[in-house]
Write a protein that binds this ligand. Structure first.
Ligand SMILES: O=C(O)c1[nH]c(=O)[nH]c(=O)c1I
Length: 308
């Protein structure tokens, strides 16, 4: 069985890697993922300056997944550029960028471009947890402006992290925006489902502190939405890769994401709860499913979802 993925000049020995935000804020966490069975590594979204993020509690596991309103805590972009400069592993490294303003994002990307490193940026258009800041990906005109400025200023291949969309008109509108930018080589679908509210019955309280308890949902809650976004963009985007993210906790969901069209698959909530051994387990489960179905390689079923 061959579970490797080759794309954009990179080779991944496994189709699995971490979702930005999970196991990737510090060097220590990044090294755990790099030394794990993951096929790649992505850093925590970064800003110009270090950020402490939102007040705690800001992450909670629930029976059906997770809710988080971290508030973009990170060590500042130079920390991650330093990590990238010292990075020598053949395992691909992606840098997630989420400047507080478009200018900040362009500043970070310009410095990344100047370093001529092999790592690709995943520009975050979808953080749902900055009080007062709407998710850029839900504003099609603003997204187009940002992609235009990034294409001009960064002028190298890049990707974006998209929020979930819930309406065919929005899939079409965002695909039209994305298709206008040839340097945009991949999209990661999806970020957390924004601004859910988890309530604890006993305490009669929200379970996280920021934003009156509103936070991004991950895990089982989001799998069907994630799969829909992967399939829709895999069909609507011309000559771009779609990275799946959302609800992956076993080989079954990884298989579904690839069947829906995902080139590779990120793991968030499950990785946060289980640790990096999740990559070994999920990969083994995916291999077992492929074995049972008679598939030798991922491209034998990638994007082959049937409809009724
Ligand atoms: O609150 C966060 O730090 C966060 N949380 C998410 O669920 N997605 C994001 O893109 C971010 I930047």
């Amino acid at each position: 069985l061959d579970l490797s993925v080759s794309w954009l000049g990179m080779k991944m020995s496994s189709p699995l890697f971490n979702a930005s935000g999970v196991y990737c804020r510090t060097r220590e966490e990044l090294e755990l993922v790099r030394r794990s069975a993951a096929g790649a590594v992505v850093t925590k979204s970064c800003t110009l300056e270090p950020r402490a993020g939102n007040p705690e509690p800001r992450y909670r596991r629930t029976a059906l997944g997770s809710i988080n309103s971290m508030g973009l805590p990170n060590e500042g972009y130079r920390y991650y550029l330093d990590y990238a400069q010292a990075y020598e592993d053949a395992k691909p490294l992606f840098l997630s960028v989420s400047g507080m303003t478009l200018d900040d994002t362009l500043t970070i990307l310009a410095e990344l471009a100047a370093l001529k490193l092999p790592c690709l940026p995943e520009v975050n258009l979808s953080c749902p947890n900055l009080p007062g800041k709407p998710q850029l990906g839900y504003d099609f005109a603003a997204s187009a402006e940002a992609l235009e400025a990034i294409s001009r200023a960064y002028a190298r291949p890049f990707g974006v992290k998209l929020p979930p969309y819930f309406d065919p008109a929005h899939f079409a509108a965002m695909a039209a925006v994305l298709n206008a930018f040839p340097l945009l080589r991949f999209v990661t679908c999806i970020n957390s489902v924004g601004n859910g509210l988890v309530i604890d019955l006993d305490s009669e309280s929200a379970v996280i502190k920021p934003k009156g308890g509103l936070g991004g949902l991950g895990g089982d809650y989001v799998l069907p939405t994630a799969l829909a976004n992967v399939r829709e963009f895999a069909v609507l985007l011309a000559d771009k890769q779609v990275i799946g993210c959302g609800g992956v906790k076993s080989g079954a969901e990884a298989f579904m994401h690839i069947l829906a069209g995902a080139t590779a698959v990120q793991v968030g909530t499950c990785l946060h709860e289980e640790g990096v051994s999740a990559f070994d387990r999920i990969e083994a489960e995916l291999a077992a499913i492929m074995q049972a179905k008679g598939y030798q390689r991922l491209d034998e079923f990638r994007g082959r979802l049937k409809t009724l």
